[in-house]
Design a protein around this ligand. Sequence first.
Ligand code: SF4
Length: 391
Amino acid sequence: MNPDNGIDLAGILGQAATMAQDVTFQSVRGWKAQHENAKAIGYFPVYTPVELIHAAGALPVGLNGAGDQLDIQHADARFGSFICSIVKTTMELALTGHLEPLDGMLFHSICDSARNLCFVYKRHFAENLYVDFLHLPHNPSSVASQEFLVSEYRRLKKNLENLTNRTVTDQDIRLAIKVYNENRRALSDLYRYRQEEPHMLPTAELYVLQRAGNFMPVEEHTQWLKAVRQALPNRPMKRRDSIRVVVEGSFCEQPPIGFIKILEGAGCYVVDDDFLLGKRWFTEDVPIGDDPIHDLAESYVQRSVYSSVRHDWRKPRFLGLVEKVKAGKADAVVFCLAKFCEPAFFDYVLFKRELEKEGIPHLLIEFEEKMFTFDRARTEIETFVESLLFE
Ligand code: SF4
């Protein structure tokens, strides 16, 4: 215990680090043991309306692949070699029985690989697992988008009601929106704090803290986030000679935690990032009105963060990146792109052109979930940092 404020910061961060890497889903098993007949629903990145799962009394479980915790022995046979790693490790998790605590799995239309993964799942596991595909609208500037998404959310709600054998009321959804708004606010608060005092909250810690939220009830996660925020100013941390960077491109497949540590160790203060992006999807609270499904759909269409897997003709994504750099007073952008991630590599060309127009330095590093050696990445980042520190 910390004598200053009674918050066991090291304990929370240690638990979060364990949960973030746990592919046996002990916390999900524990939750189910305490909630008789309750269901756990996995969801693939990037964005999922977790509020509807929560409103159905189920536990939403965010799957961001298996990182470096699982060898791919079976999934390779189901996909071409040019498919990103998260698709294969998500398949491997299911083929090796790791997803046994889950009762359902949700996918949505972020890219061809994710779409096909859903139907490969259906073919292999639909007998024992509820597998669903959510169509997210691709043209928010169309007036029909919102209406279309409302109908998709109502269809999803019906399927969740059938699975959980309970009726989901509007009040259930309002309550879920409230607790997720609180969670997003608490996360945003930590992101803001790191931006102001990056030496006080290393990104590797913020990352595991955020990722642990994939595997626990949102209310408990919010308590953790608030406790950490309260404890942070009392930490004895030293400032380092580092440049301030925005990390872009890791919105779906996640780099190894070792890679994030290398990034910081090589001289970068990460002042903003898109790791685990769906957790901070809305730019403002989702309003809580008479029709909460409409509120969720309207928020998706009108108040989402920019992302390479969300198309919005009203505002180019590269402007969102430039705004992020300016808001974070960043010196540079580090693109951390997953190997074979088409949406990220397509956007890289447009992002790069805009950054060059604005005179913002940038570096591209490609990663895979199962990277074990970081020597090359470290050298590239160190060289980049030195070129900026000593220019
Ligand atoms: S990492 Fe990229 S290509 Fe792979 S599933 Fe995610 S968005 Fe699609």
